[in-house]
Design a protein around this ligand. Sequence first.
Ligand SMILES: C[S@@+](CC[C@H](N)C(=O)[O-])C[C@H]1O[C@@H](n2cnc3c(N)ncnc32)[C@H](O)[C@@H]1O
Length: 493
Amino acid sequence: MTKPFPKPPSSPAGRPSALLDTRVIYCGDNLEQLAKLPDHCVDLIYIDPPFNSNRNYEVFWGETKEKRAFEDRHISTQAYIDYMRPRCVQLHRVLKVTGSFYYHCDWHADSYVRVMLDQIFGAGAFGTHIIWRRTNAKGLAFKSFPNNHDSIFYYRKGEDYTFNRLYLPHSEKLIESHYKNVEPETGRLYTLGDLLNPNPDRPNLKYEFLGFTKVWRWTKERMLDEYKNGRVIQPSPGAMPRYKRYLDEQKGVPIDSIWTDIPPINSQAKEDLGYPTQKPIALLERIIKASSNPNDIVLDAFCGCGTALVAAQQLGRQWIGIDISPTACRVMAKRMRDVGHIWEDEKAWRAGRGFVVRDLPWTIDKLRAIPPFEFENWAVIALGGVPNAVQVGDMGIDGKIYPVGTKPADQNDMFAGDWYPIQVKQKDKVGRPDVDQFEAVMAREDRQRGFFVSFDYTSDAASECESFRKKTGRIIKLITVKDILEEQLAQKM
Ligand SMILES: C[S@@+](CC[C@H](N)C(=O)[O-])C[C@H]1O[C@@H](n2cnc3c(N)ncnc32)[C@H](O)[C@@H]1O
């Protein structure tokens, strides 16, 4: 027997959003970031945490030599659940009593996740186990049925939750087989529906109508009205009366727990950012439309490249994103600008229009500590460049700066258009050997100008750049992390 809904907390059912910053991407561990949010403040939470999949997701965010392990290799399912439990407790705390929660996972840990969520939310809060068909893989290499779906667990915090029923349009096949009749005067398609009451034990609805004494669906009065207005007809003289149901008045097929109509992102998809766990916008749109209303607050605490946030923005919701990866936060911010069409700008944000990214670890000490590929991405993006999109063989180039107006349309073609190479080293005392290597890159690519970023340089690095300039006319600009941070600070002031 399922438990009833847990009793709502005594505090009010959600604070006004004025007390909570929205349109913010927080960079950091969600356990710490969530602790800063007040109780009962968001309307909808979607999370898609790294699965307990033992898969080695590698090469995200355009890193070059470094392979990024996605940290989804928890040593055991128990370790994964132990990691997720305190985070889900926090998520439950920040959810309004009218709010909904969606946890996206797959077969590796789904049963354990469901038990954990029942314990946190209460079994009565469970709504639906949504099955999303994410691939049609044949799985012939395995002696088993292929696992082609993800599980999305849907919970509600209290009884008075938002739910907007969604429909899919009728299929062509159903229209052809059911809506065969065309009304001659209007051209409208219709089908004929049954007027008999499914419950024969309704003596008050038993009466004679057009020669048939039956237990009808409606009272005699309503039946006569519908007959007069042409909605109840006799298809042929003496035939059983039927109800005329027009196709254009039908909402479609109510969406149920099996979602097979949303294809996964493929490499040709317009929205593809090359990130293996990126979810389709359509999937998030469905969740957001079903469980929130315009201006409600949507939270994604493992937001990756920001699919939920972009969908929320496009649907006129408020949103908050959290991700531990600084690169993910930058990619997301760019996507929000390009696709969500709002500006990352403190002033615009204060005026209720733009968005902001908070808590990026940009101090010298923190930049020393982040993974090398994150550092490369940070440096390239900070210079206004484009990180190298190729995963292997970056040919000594970590990113490129395109002079204004010269950026090629096809960003995958690293070597199109006019550009300056950027080389990044996450170390101190970059010396002559590193500069020599970069000079070879510049000569090979026939570039007149290049940029080198590191923490600092030896004096012979600077003199080597100078003699290279004298010999070849090519300029290498040595930039320190401090230069970039001070420049960023100056821009903020
Ligand atoms: C599977 S991806 C999410 C993909 C996302 N749904 C999308 O469509 O782009 C999981 C994300 O969770 C982030 N992450 C992992 N552990 C985290 C933590 N403790 N706090 C915040 N983010 C975390 C990872 O950096 C990664 O970007």
